[in-house]
Ligand binder design. Structure first.
Ligand SMILES: O=C1C[C@@](O)(C(=O)O)C[C@@H](O)[C@@H]1O
Length: 246
């Protein structure tokens, strides 16, 4: 099923292109936003774990909201155990995410499935109260779990209130990529929310462009610096998606 965020429909038609902002401070953030202006960007993900200083994150987000006009913003703090850049306690995670929600400037918030149950559930509730969509996520940078595990994690996310369920895995061989695609394809008509799945690294590139066929609604493309291995530059990603568009 598709959802709308501002004017963007996620979950029908070609996968939408989400571009991560990977920046240390306001100057870099604004430079990247300016560079995006000419590019086919459907949504921006702000990877807050790359920031030098988290204290001003809410103030920065308000400025980004203005600079980005109507482009939807996904706010993400990726924890280190799931591939993030900076060590952070759960308490800090919850405080940062709550301060982001209080601005009402993020359209979507990434909440990790495996943060503690209490923090996760409190943040989901807070996001719902502020009308912010929840992208629940899980990342495995070492391997690709079994099809059953991939599917059960995505189903659990839906049950816990996710508006979008996302999983990224690391394939060791082509069979792993196929399993991720099969898990997605089988589940796409069983869930009521859009799925976002990807196999990372060079082996997994096919999964970043084939979402319309197999059921992944969003794909991450890089501006200058990739936020995860295997991301294609935005223009190449757009071209590949157009080639495969049905
Ligand atoms: O969850 C994801 C997906 C991702 O890990 C990728 O593989 O493209 C990139 C991250 O920035 C994002 O938060």
């Amino acid at each position: 099923m598709a959802i709308s965020v501002r004017n963007l429909v996620i979950g029908s038609g070609r996968p939408k292109i989400c571009v991560p902002i990977v920046a240390q401070d306001e100057t870099e953030i604004m430079q990247q936003i300016a560079e995006m202006k000419e590019k086919p960007v459907d949504m921006v993900e702000w990877r807050m774990d790359f920031l030098n200083d988290f204290n001003q994150a809410d103030v920065l987000l308000k400025k980004m909201r203005i600079a980005l006009n109507h482009t939807p913003i996904l706010a993400t703090f990726r924890t280190q155990k799931e591939g993030g850049h900076t060590p952070f306690s759960e308490k800090e995670y919850e405080q940062l995410m709550s301060s982001i929600l209080a601005t009402n400037c993020a359209d979507l918030l990434d909440i990790e499935l495996f943060i503690s149950d209490e923090v996760r559930d409190r943040l989901v509730k807070l996001a719902q109260m502020t009308g912010t969509k929840v992208v629940m996520s899980n990342h495995d940078f070492d391997q690709t779990p079994s099809k059953e595990v991939i599917q059960s994690r995505l189903l659990l996310m839906e049950k816990l209130g996710a508006d979008i369920c996302k999983i990224a895995v690391m394939p060791q061989n082509s069979g792993d990529v196929l399993r991720l695609l099969e898990a997605t394809n089988e589940l796409k008509n069983e869930v009521q929310v859009p799925l976002v799945t990807m196999a990372m690294g060079s082996l997994g590139v096919i999964s970043r462009i084939s979402g319309e066929l197999f059921g992944s609604a969003l794909t991450f493309g890089s501006l200058n610096q990739a936020s995860a291995p295997g991301q294609l530059p935005i223009e190449a990603l757009k071209q590949a998606l157009e080639c495969l568009e049905q």
